[in-house]
Design a protein around this ligand. Sequence first.
Ligand code: NI
Ligand code: MN
Length: 227
Amino acid sequence: METIYTWYGHAAHGLKVGESRLLIDPYFTGNPAAAVKPEHLSADYILITHGHGDHIGDTVSIAKRTGALCISNAEISTWLRNKGLKTHAQHIGGGYHYPFGYLKLTQALHGSSLPDGSYGGNPAGFLLTTPDEKKIYIAGDTGLFGDMQLIGDEGIDLALIPIGDNYTMGPEDALIAVKLLRPKRVVPVHYNTWELIAQDPQAWKKRVESETETKVVVLQPGESLSL
Ligand code: NI
Ligand code: MN
């Protein structure tokens, strides 16, 4: 079974796991880094880490058009269900078996208000174990936390972590995160969308690869890698 990961810019991701097409935090409209237009994307599932506009993004329009099942915490799921979308609510620490694998919500240190000011519950990350046992960790927007060590104990194949600073971990804390997570590969995200989160991913790659065994894959928006 092949799993293909695509970075769409900022913290918008795509995953194709076998026949299942997933979008994670599908922020395209208004995203200066977006590689594609949302109307050109298809999805069976949309995963949302937290309620902020640069993550909930185009969830409503894409899910209405495609009929995708939206997976998020209970608060965001209720908000989306009230807009007529299909949802599956989970919460932090809880996992569920979907056709694309076992998906667990992980903690994230951040906020989660929705674009209209509604309470979005606690922010989350995702830990996905695909049917052929590949582990993908999507940190979401978060500061550094020591329990990344426990997530790392799972044996991560691919980690997607923010390095932009200001709203999330910056390069220094993201380096520590890699040391705790010990993934085979890491893709830095949530940087260079705006001047406020400008970072040099090549400099970070050099540093991480000199201090850890992890390979850093710097993608351009729209580029993919396969697992
Ligand atoms: Ni956020
Ligand atoms: Mn964000």
